[in-house]
Design a binder for this molecule. Structure first.
Ligand code: NAD
Ligand code: ZN
Ligand code: ZN
Length: 377
């Protein structure tokens, strides 16, 4: 069938993207679904910093690629081997499909499936190959097995989670990345206990979801840090009990004073090494440092090994919020319905294809938090 996709053909074109236009909206052909595939009509696709890191070249990828890894939609065609999904079902995309057989899948950690990165690195579905073709049969790669900035996509059954219709589908989009990553980092990776103190570094779409997750977990003192004062203002209305500019040279002293020696849990959600170093520095003796930010490929952060040892700190990486998507997307949606995770407050703009490049300028400058592309708007 014919579809429209948002395609990146060249890395690191200079900003502003409204002028250099790294993303083009192109007519493509979708191959028919394999038995384990679904065809999905995309209702909303969220613009995430992980897309920006591909566009600006800080995290490379094979090209040409149809972007989009956060989204929601409804099923329009079902592969012959799929028994549990029917046409019309609403669903959320998830960006880490899993094999179900490797060590990590066996131990209940499908988000770090050992097989999935192989397909992802090639821009293919986990069952092999791409389903997207450009002019003359050109193979267009999938982003994270998805490419959900397209108006229609063909994806593997394992790349979607069925949901109910209690949330508008364009709002549901952010559950696929920002919510799983931010809320999951707090509830799953950090495993925050009621009353614990938490500091969050980086207050974009992922960080503010993290803040809401910390509040939902019953954290006591919740400290929000960003270099952008507009984000600090937003955080005040979303669960932060205290806010500090991360560039403040007195930041560590202020956090230490406020918490009587450091926070129980310090979480880096900026994708910036300085933010990780700051998070590490404010963790209490015995505290946990969690990072879900994705800095440029090769970036390293430094810490004093003796401090790690003598203070028994833990450093934990968090991919997709350590979520099991089929368990956690419905769980977080239930929390949303109960009013415990008002994540729709993060969506500040819905855009059409004509604004896709400009949308990434807004994300890069901090002018927008979460913008949702509405392909059929
Ligand atoms: N682990 C995962 O599975 C996963 C999933 C999604 C996104 N991510 C990553 O999470 C990060 C955040 O994504 P987003 O979409 O929320 O990005 P965003 O651009 O909306 O937000 C990033 C925020 O970090 C702030 N920041 C920059 N430098 C800082 C510093 N030194 N200290 C504190 N804050 C600082 C920025 O001002 C901004 O508000 C990105 O690196 C993204 O790639 C990871
Ligand atoms: Zn993302
Ligand atoms: Zn696996």
């Amino acid at each position: 069938m014919q579809a429209k996709a948002v395609i990146l053909r060249e890395l690191a074109r200079p900003a502003p993207y409204a002028e250099s236009k790294p993303l083009s909206v192109e007519d493509v052909t979708l191959l028919p679904p394999a038995p384990t595939d679904l065809v999905v009509k995309v209702i909303g696709g969220g613009l995430c910093h992980s897309d920006l890191s591909i566009i600006n070249g800080s995290r490379g990828t094979p090209l040409p690629m149809a972007l989009g890894h956060e989204g929601a939609g409804e099923v329009v065609e079902v592969g012959s081997a799929i028994m549990d999904i029917k046409v019309g079902d609403p669903l959320v995309f998830q960006f880490s499909v899993s094999c179900g057989r490797c060590r990590n899948c066996q131990s209940g950690r499908p988000q770090i499936c050992e097989e999935a990165p192989k397909a992802r690195a090639k821009g293919e579905l986990i069952s092999g190959g791409s389903r997207i073709r450009g002019d003359g049969g050109e193979v267009i790669r999938h982003h994270a097995g998805l490419s959900c900035f397209s108006n229609y996509v063909v994806v593997n059954r394992g790349s979607v989670v069925k949901i109910d219709d209690s949330i508008s589908m364009d709002d549901a989009a952010i559950f696929g990345c920002a919510v799983m990553t931010g809320v999951g980092a707090m509830l799953n990776t950090a495993n925050i206990r009621p009353g614990q103190s938490v500091a969050v570094f980086g207050l974009g779409g992922v960080g503010l979801c993290g803040l809401l997750g910390a509040r939902a977990a019953g954290a006591g003192t919740i400290i929000a840090c960003d270099v952008d004062d507009r984000k600090l203002a937003k955080a005040k209305g979303m669960g932060a009990t205290h806010t500090f500019n991360a560039a403040d040279p007195e930041l560590k002293t202020k956090v230490m004073d406020l918490t009587g020696g450091g926070v129980d849990v310090a979480v880096e959600l900026a994708g910036v090494v300085k933010a990780m170093e700051a998070a590490y520095s404010v963790a209490v003796r015995g505290g946990r440092v969690v990072t879900a930010g994705l800095p440029p490929t090769g970036a390293k952060f430094a810490f004093e090994q003796g401090d790690l040892v003598s203070n028994e700190k833990s450093i934990l990486g968090s991919y997709m919020g350590s979520c099991v998507p089929v368990r956690d997307i419905p769980r977080f949606l239930a929390m949303y319905r109960a009013g415990a995770l008002p994540v729709d407050g993060l969506i500040d703009r819905k855009i059409g294809y004509d604004e896709i490049n400009e949308g990434f300028d807004r994300l890069a400058s901090g002018d927008a938090l979460r913008q949702i592309l509405v392909p059929h708007g």
